[in-house]
Design a protein around this ligand. Sequence first.
Ligand SMILES: Cc1cc2nc3c(=O)[nH]c(=O)nc-3n(C[C@H](O)[C@H](O)[C@H](O)COP(=O)(O)OP(=O)(O)OC[C@H]3O[C@@H](n4cnc5c(N)ncnc54)[C@H](O)[C@@H]3O)c2cc1C
Length: 297
Amino acid sequence: MDFLRPASWEEALAAKAEHPTAVPIAGGTDVMVEINFDHRRPEYLLDLNRVGDLYEWEVGEESVRLGASVPYTRIMEDLRAELPGLALASHTVASPQIRNRGGVGGNLGTASPAGDAHPALLAAGAEVEVESAARGSRLIPIDDFYTGVKRNALQPDELIRAVHIKKADGPQQYSKVGTRNAMVIAVCAFGLALHPGTRTVRTGIGSAAPTPVRARAAEEFLNAALEEGGFWDNGKIITPSVAKQFAELCSAACNPIDDVRGTASYRRHAVGVMARRTLTWTWESYRGTRNTSEGAA
Ligand SMILES: Cc1cc2nc3c(=O)[nH]c(=O)nc-3n(C[C@H](O)[C@H](O)[C@H](O)COP(=O)(O)OP(=O)(O)OC[C@H]3O[C@@H](n4cnc5c(N)ncnc54)[C@H](O)[C@@H]3O)c2cc1C
């Protein structure tokens, strides 16, 4: 196995163009497991650890441009206000050691349906910035990024440079079911983001379908119900029947399998429970911020 060690982004793209089968390695927390278990023996490993840009982020007017290798720990500590859903999801990843090494670029590279970043990215709204030496860069909307079980929209000569994630304009939540509280791959997971600016909600479901997915019918139902009842303006408590129907539609968006971590029917049920709970938590928080701003006015 040859080890390619580019010192810059341009060198990394050139190496990937020359060796399209080279496997990029960032934190290595997925790649090294596969190599250690002999699931994979690539001819070339493309080490991205010397490419400093990948560890940087920029907070813009509307979105955060998060370098592909920014570790989860940094997201939790430095981007909690801008990316609360992703920060909560990052908290649930593995252990401090893994969170110091692993990042969102690696999670996207693996594209496991159980990856914890995905529901948060789907709910917040994101675009993946990818680049190749031959064709330059392009932005892939997060909804188009996941193409199958552990498959993504990257071409063989492309690398992930950054993820552009919409800054939170309202409360966000992330919930994960596992067999214990730490060091656990999700049985299933759910992300929810309220976007008061556009009066919309977005969802993300993990580990309950071949790819991470949004519950689009549930979003449409809730958007209409909130609009119809004037909820964004009057800040009333969401009625139990609305919350129940939202939860049922989220369950219906799942297409899970039975496996060692859980059954399909348990996953559907658990996604419904998480949908209802995260809706309650985020809406309570939205109402709280409204009351505070009204009180201050
Ligand atoms: C003990 C343990 C517990 C874990 N627990 C969790 C968990 O709770 N939740 C969770 O989501 N994950 C978990 N993981 C998996 C892993 O930590 C995450 O998927 C992490 O985000 C991977 O990031 P990384 O930088 O280490 O990726 P790497 O292992 O370096 O790479 C992962 C994949 O992405 C590709 N890649 C990396 N960077 C790029 C790039 N810039 N461009 C193109 N492709 C790239 C690699 O080629 C590879 O295919 C766990 C892993 C271990 C070992």
